[in-house]
Design a protein around this ligand. Structure first.
Ligand code: GDD
Ligand code: MN
Length: 397
């Protein structure tokens, strides 16, 4: 099928470059991509050098050339605006992010499109896979800075499958871009691309990296400054926090449960003088019920419409079983540890009760992670969240 692909080129004072770039794309590159309909969208921020005039001159000649003007608010702001325009007004099937200054080789464009034709949704021109390269003129500091920025995101996001996170040359199917909140990206500058990449990957887009050589700029000067690396790190962390919000709530609920258990156990024993065994039971079950309710109405409140999941009472029973499971795990772990190590342990010269020494690692490394997995997969079934989203969207399309 013939698809419409829009090459978005943000420009700020790129008169000389755009003068050469537009005819090169139109006359030499686009004709190589025979199976699709290509277009250009120049996102110019009222460049004082009159980049706009050059574009308007070419627009008389090339009908697939579009100009979107704006005030200078940063690279990310320009891209967000242009992507929205490409989706809504130009009805693009895919967009390509592309620099005006010949640092990206226009001859690489057909390979990006070919990867899309192979079935990929998000194609990254990558400098950091075999066959790719950064300018040989770059000094060690530039190279390290660029590498470090990418490494930081990969480590924080625990995503090592993408090698060039900060590449500015990529193709994205708008089917995915439509679901990105372009009007509220966490950066109006360079770091916008980290936000888009994060969201598109999270939606489950099929990603492919193809090697590109990143050249030195031909004319004019770079507009990206050093302080943007700090903003990038901040954006990376903020996105990670968003992704971790459920686990943070889950841990918090666990903490409230502990307090409730203690309060009700001691309250029923001291105020109502119920026997100890009953007080322990009352405390434990109260904590289980309150944990369940807070998790249901807060931590997992986005899962209520999942049709694959059971009703609240069945969930509550499952939750109780999971809690019982946690107790059994702790009992078994301590029993085994005492069997192997005896009732007392020596750690760094201190003597410690084995049951205490083992309790903390068991809870932290076994009980908490296991509960989190069970809550997600078995009780609230968050695995259906993403699937539901895509099925729904497809119906609309
Ligand atoms: N409209 C608009 N507004 N365009 C801008 C702005 C802006 O505020 N800032 C930069 N641009 C345009 C430039 O005119 C150029 O076409 C493109 O965006 C890239 O800007 P450069 O100033 O050349 O950036 P760079 O070479 O330092 O950064 C490049 O390398 C990064 C990877 O290291 C860019 O390609 C990035 O996208 C890339 O990620
Ligand atoms: Mn550049």
């Amino acid at each position: 099928m013939i698809m419409k692909i829009i090459v978005i080129i943000p420009t700020y004072n790129e008169k000389e470059n755009i003068e050469k770039m537009i005819p090169l794309l139109e006359k030499e590159i686009f004709p190589q991509i025979k199976n699709h309909q290509l277009g250009i969208l120049i996102a110019d921020d009222s460049s004082p050098d009159g980049t706009k005039n050059v574009v308007e001159k070419f627009m008389k000649e090339y009908k697939n050339l579009n100009l979107l003007e704006g005030k200078k608010a940063g690279l990310g702001a320009a891209y967000a605006r242009a992507m929205r325009y490409a989706i809504d007004k130009l009805e693009a099937y895919a967009v390509i992010e592309f620099d005006a200054d010949f640092q990206h080789d226009p001859h690489d464009l057909p390979r990006l499109v070919a990867a899309m034709d192979e079935g990929y949704d998000y194609v990254i021109g990558s400098r950091y896979i075999p066959g790719g390269a950064v300018p040989k003129e770059w000094g060690l500091d530039r190279k390290l800075l660029s590498k470090f920025g990418g490494l930081f995101a990969r480590v924080v996001w625990l995503n090592f499958s993408i090698h060039d996170i900060t590449s500015g040359f990529k193709l994205t199917k708008t089917e995915y871009l439509k679901k990105v909140d372009l009007e509220h990206l966490y950066s109006k500058a360079f770091a916008y691309k980290l936000h888009v990449l994060h969201d598109v990957v999270k939606m489950g887009a099929k990603v492919k990296e193809i090697p590109i050589i990143f050249y030195e700029r031909k004319e004019g000067v770079s507009k990206i400054n050093k302080k943007e690396s700090f903003e990038s790190m901040f954006v990376v962390l903020r996105l990670k926090f968003d992704d971790s919000i459920r686990i943070i709530k889950f841990l918090f609920v666990g903490g409230t449960g502990f307090i409730i258990q203690l309060l009700l156990q001691e309250g029923s024993a001291r105020i109502f003088h119920v026997p100890d065994w009953l007080a322990v039971g009352v405390g434990a079950e109260s904590a289980i019920i309150s944990n369940f309710l807070i998790n249901h109405f807060w931590t997992f409140n986005d899962t209520h419409s999942i049709k694959e999941s059971s009703n609240i009472w069945v969930k509550m029973v499952k939750f109780n079983i999971a809690s019982l499971g946690s107790i059994i795990i702790q009992v078994v772990a301590i029993w085994l540890a005492e069997l192997v190590l005896g009732p007392n342990m020596h750690i760094f010269g201190f003597m410690l009760k084995t049951r205490i020494a083992i309790l903390f690692p068991t809870i932290i490394f076994l009980v908490i992670p296991l509960n989190y997995i069970i809550y997600n997969k078995v009780i609230w079934k968050t695995q259906y969240l993403k699937k539901n989203l895509i099925v729904e969207e497809n119906k609309v399309l």
